[in-house]
Design a binder for this molecule. Structure first.
Ligand code: MN
Length: 494
């Protein structure tokens, strides 16, 4: 059994009818390798072609065909291993995993069993409510072929097979059973996806099935040995992974608390019903009759080859996050949000460069991302460019406009475009810093509200009411700090 690195933590327990339970989660993620051609043939990997239009004789398993390893897929797996801070095995081998299925014409999947290309690694995840990242250990990463697809809904009398995916390269990334809540599992998949996308080794598009997870769940009393696990196959969204885990853990707890036992089995998650159900009882690994593939030589690398790939890696999320914290003073949480997607971090850096980093983070995350979310838009469809958002922040920074007016300005730029400074000029949105003008407004409010003037002397928090009135009377264009100072002096609060 794996040495455990997590100590039981009360806040992650599930309360059952007879006491607390701890859930143990490990994930096997299948990630489609970004490459033009398949793992052992030259056929295209393009998504959405006519059925069976991207199938070579190798993919169709015609007798006598020989697989030829695609060097780019190998490089992508090594890059991924390096991005997972993992050990790269300079020698690895391919094995045949034998089973029958109509979408697998070879009768076996070429995979890596005893000697995978990548060994143990690490993914750090950020979980809400935790100060420090949690270390999720990677057990291994191996290369293997994808199978084709059976189509049962095309004709009432028969099923069809589409082999377009047959032979597409997959990286199977196996974690250790280090996760203790559905939140952690979701954060792990999100982080893994983020790393793969930064590396350019998998596009992480879960809707197209390019990243899917087999989720292993078991439960136990805190401190007890690991319980029997069930594996939920092929879950293809982060939200469903969370839902499947929550359902499955409670199902198992229900059985155990009723005095039953968990059958080790493979289950499916039905997102429509929000439940898992049995698919088949678990075949033991030896049922696959793994043996070395005689058609393929071992993969052998020099350390120089690995080092060269390492030198070509981009800055990855953890490094970028640390840099945003150090260089721009943003909070660890904001830095995590900003670095989950590289495009988001690039946008932020373009806005924050030479400006107040915290203010920039606030505007990018809360105003811009919030608005994009609301409209269901991706960042590359943002009507507000980094230059424009930076221009708005500059106008706040030099006190040309207040934060409140800045939100109105953001709306105008979002809807109509244009240069923020020019808009402020032509529409008369400049903040009133002329203290004489502010004093005039304040005098009017004081004269009109003698009762409030009496009250504020006993209850200084009423000052906020005066500030609000002044802002309102000036259309939000007065500087709040100046208003505060003038009000305090005129009301005799200092
Ligand atoms: Mn697999």
């Amino acid at each position: 059994m794996d040495q455990e690195i997590r100590t039981p933590d009360a806040k992650r327990m599930i309360r059952g009818a007879t006491g607390d339970w701890e859930m143990i989660i490990g994930l096997e993620v299948h990630a489609q390798v970004n490459s033009q051609a398949k793992l052992f043939s030259g056929a295209a990997t393009a998504f959405g072609g006519e059925p069976n239009s991207h199938v070579s004789l190798v993919d169709a398993a015609m007798p006598g065909m020989l697989p030829v390893i695609n060097e780019e897929c190998v490089a992508q797996a090594v890059r991924t291993g390096l991005g997972l801070k993992a050990e790269i095995n300079l020698r690895s081998t391919f094995d045949r995993k034998n089973y029958f299925y109509p979408d697998l014409p070879q009768g076996y999947q070429i995979s890596q069993y005893k000697s995978p290309i990548v060994g143990e690694g690490q993914v750090l995840i950020d979980v809400p409510g935790e100060d420090e990242p949690i270390d999720i250990r990677i057990e291994r990463l191996h290369l293997e072929q994808d199978a084709g697809k059976s189509l049962h809904d095309q004709d009432p009398r028969m099923s069809f097979v589409d082999l377009n995916r047959s032979g597409v390269a997959l990286m199977e990334i196996v974690s250790k059973p280090d996760m203790r809540s559905s939140e952690e599992a979701k954060a792990y998949v999100a982080k893994l996806r983020s790393i793969l996308r930064y590396l350019g080794t998998c596009d992480g598009d879960m809707e197209k099935g390019n990243l899917r997870a087999d989720v292993n769940v078991s439960v136990r009393r805190p401190g007890e040995p690991l319980g029997t696990r069930c594996e939920i196959k092929n879950v293809n969204s982060i939200r469903f992974i969370g839902q499947a885990i929550e359902f499955e853990a409670r199902r198992q707890i229900g059985i155990l608390e009723d005095g039953g036992e968990i059958d080790q089995e493979t289950r499916l998650y039905d997102a429509g019903k929000g439940e898992t159900r049995s698919m088949r009882s678990k075949e033991e690994a030896h049922d696959y009759r793994y043996f070395p593939d005689p058609d393929l030589l071992p993969l052998e690398f020099t350390q120089g080859y690995v080092d060269e790939l390492r030198s070509g890696l981009p800055e990855l999320p953890d490094a970028k996050k640390a840099r945003l914290i150090a260089d721009f003073g943003v909070s660890p949480y904001d830095a995590m949000v900003l670095t989950l997607e590289r495009e988001n971090a690039d946008y932020f850096e373009a806005v924050a460069k030479g400006r107040d980093g915290k203010l920039a983070a606030n505007w990018v995350i809360n105003e811009l991302f919030g608005r994009l979310n609301k409209e269901g838009l991706a960042l590359d469809a943002s009507p507000v460019s980094p230059d424009q958002l930076g221009g708005i922040i500059d106008l706040i920074g030099n006190e040309t406009i207040s934060g409140k007016i800045a939100k109105d300005l953001f709306e105008i730029v979002w809807n109509e475009g244009g240069d923020p400074a020019a808009i402020v000029e032509t529409r008369g949105m400049k903040q009133v810093t002329d203290t004489g003008a502010i004093e005039k407004v304040v005098d009017d409010i004081i004269a009109a509200n003698p009762d409030k003037v009496e009250q504020v002397k006993l209850k200084p928090t009423l000052l906020g009411w005066f500030v609000g009135q002044t802002m309102k009377a000036s259309g939000g264009k007065v500087n709040p700090a100046a208003v505060n100072a003038i009000l305090k002096s005129k009301l005799g609060l200092e």
